[in-house]
Design a protein around this ligand. Structure first.
Ligand code: ATP
Length: 289
C-alpha cells in the first residue's frame, strides 16, 4: 500500500525576528504563503520494521538527518505505535538552501501520508504537534495557504488567501545556511523591524498593494547575496510590485499583478540564472495525488 503526496514550497511575505526565547531560539513573526512548486513524496508500508529513504537529488541526506525520516520517527513516537516498516521516496523539485522549506514540506507530506496509511485519524492540530518537533516550518507546510506563524512556528493563524497574483522565484547559485543566517542576525548592531500591524491590516482587507508596501524580510539586512540586486532590478523593470528574499535566502521572489509580466520576467531571468520558477499562490500545502 502506498500514497503519493505533492508537498508545496513556501515563500515568506513578511519575516521578522522579535526576541530570543528562554530556550535560545529566536521568536519569529512571519506570514508564509504556499506556492505551486512541489516535491513529490511517496510513502509505502513495508514489513521490514525499518524506515528506508531514497531521494532523486543526491546531495540530500537519506539517513536520520533527513526531515522526512525524522517525520516518520516522530509519527510513531507520537502514536506510541511500533513501526512495521516504511519506505519513503522524495522526488525533489524544491531547491535546497533557498528559504522555500523544501525539507519541511517533505516532513509534512510524510506525517500526512502515515496518518492516512495507518488510519490514525490524527487531527490537523495533532499533525502540527508532530511537525513542530521537526522544524519551525513543518506545521505551516501541513496547513499551508496564507498563515501568520509566530514563536518557533507552533502558533499559527490563518489569514485571508492572497488576492490573485503571480510569482517569479529565482534561486541564485549561492545558497544560504539557515544557521549562518541566524548568526549574522545576532551579530547585527541594528535592525529595522517591519510594520507588522500594517501588513496584517492590509492582508485582512485583501489589499494587494498594501501587502506589498508592508512586506519585508529582516534577513535582507544581514545577508549578502551578490545576485539579489540584479534579480530584484530585473523584476522591478518587468513590473513586479514587490520583490523580496524568502526565508533566510537565498531565493528571491517577485510578485506581479499580470501573468504575462511574470512570464516575460521569468524568460529574461532564465538567460542569467539556472533555477527560475513561475508560481501561483495556493490555499493549502499538501495535495494527495
Ligand atoms: P528553509 O526554508 O526551511 O530554511 P532551506 O532553504 O534551508 O529551507 P531545505 O531544502 O529545507 O532548505 O534544506 C536545508 C538542508 O537540510 C539541506 O542542505 C539538506 O542537507 C538538509 N535536508 C534534510 N532533509 C532534507 C529534505 N527532505 N530535503 C532537502 N534537504 C534536506
Amino acid at each position: 500500500m502506498d500514497i503519493t503526496i505533492k508537498a508545496a514550497a513556501k515563500i515568506n511575505l513578511l519575516l521578522d525576528l522579535t526576541s530570543v526565547l528562554e530556550n535560545g531560539y529566536h521568536s519569529i513573526y512571519t506570514v508564509m504563503q504556499s506556492v505551486d512548486i512541489f516535491d513529490k513524496v511517496t510513502v509505502a508500508l513495508t514489513e521490514d520494521r525499518t524506515i528506508s529513504l531514497s531521494c532523486s537529488e543526491s546531495s540530500v541526506p537519506t539517513d536520520r538527518r533527513n526531515t522526512a525520516y525524522k517525520a516518520a520517527e516522530g509519527f510513531f513516537e507520537y502514536l506510541k505505535k511500533e513501526n512495521k516498516g516504511v519506505s519513503i521516496h522524495i522526488e525533489k523539485h524544491i531547491p535546497s538552501q533557498a528559504g522555500m522549506a523544501g525539507g519541511s514540506a517533505d516532513a509534512a507530506a510524510v506525517i500526512r501520508a502515515l496518518n492516512i496509511l495507518y488510519e490514525a485519524n490524527l487531527s490537523e492540530a495533532e499533525q502540527f504537534a508532530i511537525g513542530e518537533k521537526i522544524g519551525a516550518d513543518v506545521p505551516f507546510c501541513i496547513g499551508g495557504g496564507t498563515r501568520l506563524c509566530l514563536n518557533t512556528g507552533e502558533v499559527m493563524a490563518q489569514i485571508p488567501n492572497l488576492p490573485e497574483c503571480f510569482f517569479v522565484i529565482v534561486k541564485p547559485s549561492q545558497g544560504v545556511s539557515t544557521k549562518e543566517a541566524y548568526k549574522s542576525f545576532d551579530s547585527a548592531k541594528w535592525i529595522r523591524h517591519p510594520d507588522r500591524d500594517g501588513f496584517l491590516y492590509a492582508a485582512k482587507h485583501s489589499d494587494l498593494k498594501g501587502i506589498c508596501s508592508k512586506a519585508a524580510n529582516v534577513f535582507e539586512q544581514v545577508i549578502e547575496v551578490p545576485d539579489r540586486a540584479v534579480i530584484k532590478g530585473e523584476m522591478r523593470n518587468c513590473g513586479a510590485i514587490l520583490s523580496l528574499m524568502t526565508g533566510s535566502g537565498s531565493a528571491v521572489f517577485g510578485l506581479f499583478e499580470r501573468e504575462s509580466d511574470a512570464a516575460d520576467c521569468a524568460e529574461r531571468l532564465r538567460k542569467k540564472f539556472k533555477i527560475v520558477f513561475t508560481a501561483k499562490p495556493l490555499p493549502k500545502g499538501l495535495f494527495p495525488e
